[in-house]
Design a protein around this ligand. Structure first.
Ligand code: PLP
Length: 402
């Protein structure tokens, strides 16, 4: 669309217009009429996105309330990453992930996306390439495009959903600047193993030598605290020095509007002093005074004590997997995240999702817009009541198309 003179779009800078107007499969999904017309209907059974359908975790509100009362002058002033908050993060990383990151190497952000955007902005120049794994989280392609770079999409392996290391190695070119990975992986729920991540590190080290410049690894670990069966989620930042661990608490607390997260650098990162200095400028001048929330930084110590109820989520996963399998669905059992991938009985996943929506007011995310055709994704953030209402409908839909 060509911007009309005097229209708002005429005033918007062309780089952002290009991003808004370039259609993506996800963008197409959001134009879906059935979804749009039922999105805000309280009776619709919405398993589409990761929105919580329950009240906040017990203690969440109290933890925030407690810190709203100023304890000193400047309580609500601009705050960079607070030493106390960084210390809390260091301890949480030790406790939950068994990794050591120095408080000084943690930069607080307003959530995962801000951390990812800052890393991309810092590292990537126009015309360079960023490798992502397919299916990608819906924001990646646009974020890479917004720094003028090109995404190189490498599908995960079809059956195991593991990283395809051979294809990743073959896709590295002199233009490659970053590989962005996501573990546990939305939407497959795959946790990449230590062995896979060590091999990935070897590939990146070799390619960095070959091309005479570091290839950086950005690791989106937003689901790293939602792992099932007491599994461990290894971070690639323990194996590869030129790496960034990016995290946000949105998923952990299921309260994504109350934003806080961080970027953590491993002690082995050779450029970490320079990176921290530049990130400081980026956060303020480059990202419009994007200081991390003062209130959420104060509250973090108390929020870290909340019970995340992963057991409850795991029970929902087990129930849904068992019931859907009994109905004849082929269900992928996720190791982490709160998503279930289900093979559609119709070849056309969009047609099946539309059938569920139109006939049963049951909303799911079709795989095609997420670049994983033949599947639908269901979010386990639906509440128990929604799940028990939805199960007979999934059965009826299966019986109808079988
Ligand atoms: C893989 C992945 N990364 C990042 C985000 C965004 O996280 P945040 O709300 O912390 O910015 C999401 C949200 O759905 C996600 O699934």
């Amino acid at each position: 669309m060509k911007p009309q003179k005097n229209s708002l779009s005429h005033k918007i800078a062309s780089n952002i217009l290009t991003i808004i107007q370039s259609t993506t499969p996800i963008g197409e999904f959001y134009k879906n009429v059935t979804y749009l017309s039922h999105k805000n209907d309280p009776n619709s059974l919405d398993f589409t996105l990761g929105d919580s359908h329950e009240m906040p975790l017990p203690g969440f509100v109290e933890a925030i309330q407690k810190h709203t009362i100023p304890r000193e002058l400047g309580w609500y002033g601009y705050k960079e990453s607070l030493p106390k908050t960084r210390e809390v993060v260091t301890q949480a990383l030790k406790k939950h992930r068994n990794i050591s990151i120095l408080p000084d190497d943690i930069l607080m952000t307003n959530g995962t996306v801000v951390g990812l955007a800052m890393c991309l902005k810092l590292l990537v120049e126009e015309g360079e390439e960023v490798i992502i794994n397919l299916p990608p989280w819906l924001g990646y392609r646009k974020m890479v495009q917004s720094v003028g770079a090109q995404t190189i999409g490498i599908p995960v392996k079809p059956k195991t959903f593991d990283l395809d290391l051979e294809k990743i190695a073959n896709s590295i070119t002199p233009k490659t600047r970053v590989i962005l990975i996501n573990t546990p992986h939305n939407p497959t729920g795959k946790i990449f193993s230590e062995n896979t991540l060590i091999q990935l590190s070897n590939i990146l080290t070799e390619a960095s030598y070959k091309y005479g410049k570091p290839i950086y690894l950005i690791s989106d670990e937003t689901f790293s605290r939602i792992v099932f069966d007491n599994k461990n989620c290894p971070t690639p930042t323990q194996f590869y020095p030129y790496s960034f661990l990016v995290y946000g608490y949105s998923k952990t607390w299921m309260a994504p509007g109350q934003r806080i997260g961080y970027i953590a650098l491993p002690e082995t990162m050779p450029e970490r002093q320079e990176i921290k200095r530049l990130m400081g400028y980026l956060q303020t001048l480059g990202f419009g005074w994007c200081f991390p929330s003062a209130l959420m930084q104060y509250a973090l110590e108390d929020l870290e004590k909340l019970d995340l109820k992963v057991d409850k989520l795991q029970a929902k996963r087990d129930l849904m997997v068992r019931e859907l399998q009994n109905m004849g669905y082929e269900v992928n059992i996720p190791e982490g995240t709160f998503f279930l991938l289900v093979k559609t009985p119709l070849k056309d996943d969009c047609a099946f999702a539309e059938l569920l929506a139109q006939k049963y007011q049951l909303f799911v995310f079709p795989g095609t817009p997420q670049e994983i055709p033949g599947y639908i994704r269901l979010s386990l953030t639906a509440n128990d009541d929604m799940i028990s209402q939805a199960l007979p409908k999934f059965k009826a839909a299966m019986d109808e198309v079988r």
